[in-house]
Design a protein around this ligand. Structure first.
Ligand SMILES: [Fe+2]
Ligand SMILES: [Fe+2]
Length: 202
């Protein structure tokens, strides 16, 4: 998968400028990623391949949460109250009605969110002044790359390749416009940014 719009250098600058704020948001994102995997397996219990893959993934993401919380606590920070994320919410709105279309869209959006997370964690890994954190983020970025593939492979297992590819292209175009339109905040995606309906210019 190719993200259409790369994350701007301003995002990385913003994150490195308030890394504590980024870290507590990142912890929440890992917890939500585990929740996403749990939601898939509870909504589609009749698909053994998906249940097995998402059970593994939920545990792995919760492990990431535990690791990031370790950093949060080492730095004397506390986790904030849960915040809605404009980026994830806006992408989720792209899910079409109808059981099959909705299922495909959810898988592809999950894959895109993992891909964007992977890209951004790799940016942190490339630039953080602390070598231990650079190593930590490099490992995490590798995991998120696998997760992006996992959701895309599940889509390919349940839907014809042509349908997957054409819908993925549409969703990637929306995601690119969305990323370009959102302000840079010290968060993995856009927690704290007001959700506005017209976030994505067409
Ligand atoms: Fe993760
Ligand atoms: Fe992930």
């Amino acid at each position: 998968m190719r993200l259409i719009v790369p994350t701007s250098p301003l995002w990385l600058e913003t994150v490195l400028g308030d890394f504590d704020a980024f870290l507590v948001d990142h912890a929440a994102c890992e917890r939500k990623a585990s929740g996403t995997a749990m939601a898939f397996l509870s909504h589609y219990p009749d698909r053994p391949d998906l249940v097995a893959a998402c059970a593994e993934l939920a545990v792995e993401e919760l492990g990431h949460f535990r690791q990031v919380v370790g950093w949060v606590l080492r730095r004397g920070l506390t986790l904030p109250a849960d915040r809605r994320d404009a980026y994830v919410r806006r992408l989720t709105r792209e899910c079409r009605p109808g059981a099959a279309a909705y299922f495909l869209d959810r898988l592809l959006i999950a894959s895109i969110v993992e891909a964007r997370g992977c890209e951004r964690l790799a940016l942190v890994a490339s630039a953080h002044p602390d070598a231990e954190l650079r190593d930590f983020y490099r490992d995490l970025a590798r995991s998120e790359a696998r997760h992006q593939d996992l959701y895309a492979e599940l889509a390919g297992r349940y839907f014809p390749l042509g349908d997957v590819q054409s819908r993925l292209a549409e969703l990637l175009a929306v995601e690119g416009r969305l990323v370009a339109s959102l302000p840079a905040v010290p968060a993995l995606f856009s927690a704290g940014v007001e959700v506005v309906e017209e976030t994505v210019p067409s």
